[in-house]
Design a protein around this ligand. Structure first.
Ligand SMILES: [Mg+2]
Length: 329
């Protein structure tokens, strides 16, 4: 048995979960992503205008985002953004890390939107009830580390997921250790990455079944509204006007948000390989993911602030909250 601790690499899309449905909401919280994701040379469509949003509002939006993640996590049983069983698999690896059997973990994704990786990471932290980072690096398609790789032609527009080889070189760079033995790298991906597959032991390559799902757009839309309300951003007319420039009409209907989805939602495909993954992890770590108790998540929400603003606006906000509450079971 190889006694060295393992270095764990996770793909994001269709491996950790399916995050297509959150894309339009990520644009609301991080409008800059339109310039980050949709850029040449891979994006051939019309470029998006830079929205005129103050630094202060950008900060508030980023803070409101953490409320959005909390609400989305609260409804995760219905939304099913995460792969079934992934929380147990990661919990097992965290325990293995505590025992010194795992050295470090990263997400290494061909998704061009770094906020997707960030969202998944924050959600997993909430579900596993951990404050510290689970993944030491979130490597998306545009991450500077990827300069180490040849950049092949990119994909059909307006896809957010690029195609390109994943390499051992980038994995070592991401872990900040060029001496990592290929024997010690464990790689989870629904795709086949021959550069990696050729170099690591067969048992270390977890070519998992692809997971597809559609998050409940109604829940996610409500989560976005609540998060904006918590910071009074739903009443910020100048901000809402900026969104309109890119066709996002906040707080109107889910359809307005839906129209901004921009990715193909494929039929749900629930993988059946959890027991196999668990069995293979048992061979390596002698731990059973099914036996691991996941701590109960206690999510604290920011109180929605009803102070300030005109009376009419306050009433409108209250109405919205009541409407949202009605949609909750
Ligand atoms: Mg994938």
């Amino acid at each position: 048995m190889n006694p060295n601790p393992k270095w764990i690499v996770f793909d994001l899309d269709q491996t950790i979960g399916c995050f297509d449905s959150i894309h339009p909401f990520l644009i609301v919280f991080f409008p800059d992503l339109l310039q980050y994701v949709y850029r040449r040379p891979h994006y051939k469509g019309e470029l998006f205008p830079v929205l005129n949003i103050s630094v202060e509002n950008k900060k508030l939006l980023a803070t409101a985002f953490s409320e959005f993640v909390k609400y989305a996590t609260l409804d995760e049983k219905e939304n099913r953004l995460l792969r079934p069983g992934i929380v147990h698999i990661i919990a097992l690896l965290l325990q293995a890390k505590k025992k010194g059997l795992v050295k470090d973990m990263i997400i290494y994704s061909n998704n061009a939107n770094r906020y997707n990786l960030y969202f998944a990471h924050e959600m997993l932290k909430l579900l596993l009830n951990v404050k510290e980072d689970i993944f030491s690096q979130l490597v998306d398609w545009w991450h500077p580390l990827r300069n180490a790789e040849a950049r092949p032609r990119m994909v059909k527009e307006p896809a957010l997921i690029a195609t390109g080889p994943k390499t051992i070189l980038t994995i070592r760079k991401a872990f900040g250790n060029m001496d990592i033995s290929t024997e010690d790298i464990i790689f989870f991906d629904d795709s086949n990455h021959p550069h990696v597959k050729r170099q690591i032991p067969e048992k270390n390559y977890f070519n998992v079944q692809a997971y597809f799902s559609s998050g409940n757009l109604n829940n996610l839309h409500n989560a976005m509204l609540r998060a904006l309300m918590a910071y009074d951003l739903d009443r910020n007319i100048s901000l809402l006007d900026e969104y309109k420039k890119i066709g996002l009409h906040i707080g109107v209907t889910e359809e307005d948000i839906e129209s901004f989805r921009m990715t193909n939602i494929r039929p749900t495909n629930v993988p059946t390989d959890f027991d196999e993954i668990n069995g293979r992890l048992y061979e390596i770590f002698h731990m059973n993911a099914r036996a691991i108790i996941i701590p109960q998540t206690k999510i604290q929400f920011r109180n929605i602030n009803l102070k300030g603003g005109s009376f009419r606006k306050k009433r409108q906000t209250r109405k919205k909250i009541l409407k949202i509450r009605k949609t909750r079971k």
